[in-house]
Design a binder for this molecule. Structure first.
Ligand code: FES
Ligand code: FE2
Length: 442
């Protein structure tokens, strides 16, 4: 439970809000690279943390994240021509490079006055870079631009990685909390019949002694152990497994808005999500999926593209097919006979229940219990960081870009084994750090 003031502090990320200031200190995914497929292609609109922006890919392939407003008289650069090294306003032809400097002022006569003006007039821009299939932007003060976080998926060859995005129709924080609350899998995503697609996928491992479906069905009250690390939190949820064994689902929260999922066993595919506020009542979810050991197969890519696990079924504008307006196409018959929700897809089940908490969840009337420990620790960490920043203290995670190279995943361990030892045996170290990769991605 939070006070109303803390709930506001947690959920508001517009300009000049404490949480908005905190988010702006971190590099944020703001587009898929695929949304700007070609040099000199059409500019696109985007809204990040309540801020209206435009993006374009210039002739040399670099991306500009810019103000929508032409500095001359405010025409929208969405309608501009993206041509020969810059974006040219369609109104009177002023032209700007990706870093905002003025390339042409054709409404002035050539001469010293025009040269002076070209040197001083600038378009507002933000630093951008591409990594792991996303365009990332830094919207904070230039003097505090941090090193780029070293997520494992951004260091792998592109063939090992799949990314997607989807609209989430509620505030970022409750969606992020949904990712950290791994207890809900025993209910929200659970099948009544083994014919359910999610369950059928999980049941493929039963032959090798990994029966996560049965363990999650049988134990809906996992015990949480949570450790802080330089980039955030590692969260272990322990369920009873086979006799004398514990099934651990280990997730990660990475400041300020990433979550890594707890499902992958060694050799399997890892997943992460980043909840990037559009405004205070919606966010984009940037999903990343990677296999450090091998390229993803065409069949795996096709499955993720069609909507599977964290990847939703979306239209060309990344709007989920099953969403608020159509009650996520809930099928009440299937809810009685096949799955707990009657809604198709893990991502859609998450979206439904998180949206259902309201556009901005009211945390003043909750009754939190032991399985909410991850949610409690997340709130404490990020609220303390936002408050500290108002006192001039920057978030500690910014100084630890390598601490982002972590994994989440599943493990089966003897029941007597403590969480630290489980982490060491599953990942080789207590925080889930992955070994560095030497191959750089394109
Ligand atoms: S408003 Fe853009 S050039 Fe005049
Ligand atoms: Fe979920």
């Amino acid at each position: 439970m939070l006070t109303e003031a803390d709930n506001i502090l947690l959920t508001r990320t517009g300009q000049k809000t404490p949480m908005g200031d905190l988010f702006r200190r971190f590099w944020q995914p703001v587009l898929l690279s695929a949304e700007l497929p070609e040099p000199d292609g059409p500019p696109v609109r985007l809204t990040v943390l309540g801020e209206d922006l435009r993006a374009f890919r210039s002739t040399d392939g670099t991306v500009g994240i810019v103000s929508p407003r032409c500095p001359h008289r405010g025409a929208d650069l969405f309608f501009g021509r993206n041509e020969e090294g810059g974006i040219r306003c369609a109104y009177h032809g002023w032209k700007f490079a990706v870093d905002g400097h003025c390339l042409a002022l054709p409404t002035m006569d050539p001469g010293p006055a025009r040269m002076r003006a070209e040197g001083t007039i600038r378009l507002l821009t933000y630093p951008a870079r591409e990594a792991g299939g996303f365009v990332w932007a830094y919207l904070g003060p230039q003097a505090h631009r941090p090193p780029f976080p070293e997520f494992e998926f951004t260091a792998l060859p592109a063939a090992h990685v799949f990314v997607s995005k989807k609209l989430q129709q509620c505030n970022w924080a409750q969606a992020c909390e949904g990712g950290l609350d791994t207890a809900h899998f025993s209910f929200l995503h659970m099948a009544i019949s083994d014919a359910d697609a999610v369950t059928a996928d999980l049941l493929t491992k039963v032959s090798s002694g990994i029966d996560t479906v049965r363990w999650m069905r049988n134990d809906g009250a996992p015990r949480f152990t949570i450790d802080a690390h330089p980039a955030g939190l590692v969260l272990g949820a322990a369920r009873r497994g086979d006799p004398d064994e514990t099934y651990w689902r280990i997730s990660q929260f990475l400041m300020p808005n990433h979550g890594l999922t707890p499902n992958a066993f060694p050799g399997e595919i890892y997943h992460g999500q980043c909840w990037v506020p559009i405004g205070d009542t919606s966010c984009w979810i940037y999903n990343y999926t990677w296999n450090p050991d091998r390229p993803l197969t065409e069949a795996e890519r096709a499955r993720f593209s069609a909507g599977s696990g964290i990847h939703a079924q979306v239209d060309a504008r990344y709007i989920p097919l099953r969403r608020r307006e159509n009650d996520y196409l809930i099928d009440r018959t299937k809810q009685k006979t096949e799955s707990f929700t009657g809604i198709e897809g893990v991502s859609e089940q998450d979206a439904c229940i998180q949206d259902s908490q309201g556009f901005i969840a009211d945390r003043t009337a909750e009754h939190l219990g032991p399985t909410d420990m991850g949610v409690i620790r997340f709130r404490r960490l990020i609220l303390d960081a936002a408050r500290a920043l108002t006192q001039g203290e920057p978030p500690a995670a910014l100084a630890h870009p390598r601490a982002y190279r972590v994994r989440g995943g599943g493990a089966v361990a003897p029941s007597a084994m403590g969480f630290g030892e489980v982490m060491r045996s599953r990942f080789g170290n207590e925080h889930g750090l992955a070994a560095p990769h030497t191959t750089a991605t394109a």
